[in-house]
Write a protein that binds this ligand. Sequence first.
Ligand SMILES: [Zn+2]
Length: 81
Amino acid sequence: MAMMLNCREVAEQASQALDEPQGFMARLAMRFHLFMCVDCRRYVTHLGLVSQVTKRDDAIVEPAEADVERTLKALMARRDD
Ligand SMILES: [Zn+2]
């Protein structure tokens, strides 16, 4: 079922989401997985923060929940219109 992504699929979808809008079901499935899986939350947060910390690789810290939320919102907010 489409709702159940595995971690590899989430990683692929997360990197795609940075380049192109994801459909509603895809976003929902990813959100559902990220809700349960701390590893993927960490990975997605890292992806979302890369551009912000490009020149500050000494400042990488454990992602806070707020960062996760902000990254998810940025990913999910991407619409195709
Ligand atoms: Zn996962």
